[in-house]
Design a protein around this ligand. Sequence first.
Ligand SMILES: Cc1cc2nc3c(=O)[nH]c(=O)nc-3n(C[C@H](O)[C@H](O)[C@H](O)COP(=O)(O)OP(=O)(O)OC[C@H]3O[C@@H](n4cnc5c(N)ncnc54)[C@H](O)[C@@H]3O)c2cc1C
Length: 329
Amino acid sequence: MFDLIIIGAGPAGISAAYEAQKLNLNYLVLEKNLIGYTIYQYPVGLTVFSTVNELELEPNTLFPAREKPTREELLSYYTRFVLEKNLSIQWEEAVGAVEKISENHFVVKTEKGEYESRKVLFATGAMQHPRRLNVKGEDLPKVHHLFRETYPYVKKHALVVGGGNSAGEAALFLAQEGAFATLATFRKDWEETDPKQGCIKHWVKEPLEAQLEKNCLDVFFLGGVVEIKEREIVLEDENGNVETLPNDAVFILIGSDADLTMLERLGVEMKDSKYGRIPIYDEETFETNVAGVYVVGHFTEARHIAGAIEVPKKIVPLIAARFALEKSA
Ligand SMILES: Cc1cc2nc3c(=O)[nH]c(=O)nc-3n(C[C@H](O)[C@H](O)[C@H](O)COP(=O)(O)OP(=O)(O)OC[C@H]3O[C@@H](n4cnc5c(N)ncnc54)[C@H](O)[C@@H]3O)c2cc1C
């Protein structure tokens, strides 16, 4: 019987594992893909927007070549951290179900086995379901819901749909490296400057504007995407006019949603927030209405890597204190 099973080995799961290890808890992390898989999926060569102190698991341990780390430096940092601290993580093992048997007794089921635990912490992030436009042609092989790299699209007509930073960065990579790049976005997203609204960050927007001036990028102010065809894309502009553009590749980067199914099956209550549907949890302990089930990371309101790392530092000691209390009772 484990004290704590942590599901997911992103920054939140790694931070929780490190805390559990320091407190001598008998813990295990189960990760569906790879250590830091969300970061692994960032575009190749991306420089992240967070500062070093927001990304570090321990102060003064991350040393990027420039001011901010690249995807590769960050992924290397988290992977080496896991290996050097000898954290107990089993990757390429997806959790398919969690059942509550009784107080302090959960069964966590994967495709490889079943594990028993007194508490369960979900650190599964919010990347499982990339949002779809639900338009005709969206299942064509040239349509992607993730942007990895630009080189297959040099001198090709590549169109990015989206208004946030991921869409802006993809359009910039494509424009800078020789694709015929178009960013199809709503005007209000392009003109938004409040970072809290999830707009394109100014250090992405400014080089995008430079690409626009050099005619290496087009910005199309969308009414909507009408249809994606083999060699073209049909768009409606902000005034309702329909235009057909030549097209070889489409990147639909309009956000993604968490998979809350396992939590819902456990009976965890959900609410609508500005981030979409999220679990309801105690703001101090991050425990849900189902006793012994905790949530941390990007599908809670403590988002981004800084929140994903900080919250486990606070709540895993509370879980350990609960164990001590239960033992002495
Ligand atoms: C392109 C891009 C750039 C970004 N840049 C930044 C940045 O500069 N700064 C910043 O703070 N944030 C950034 N973010 C957001 C950041 O990646 C997330 O906030 C962060 O990864 C959240 O950490 P997490 O541990 O909560 O979730 P994740 O990192 O998403 O980790 C969740 C893990 O759970 C695993 N998992 C899911 N389901 C299961 C299951 N059933 N069984 C087992 N494992 C499971 C997943 O495989 C994954 O590894 C960026 C995001 C993108 C897409």
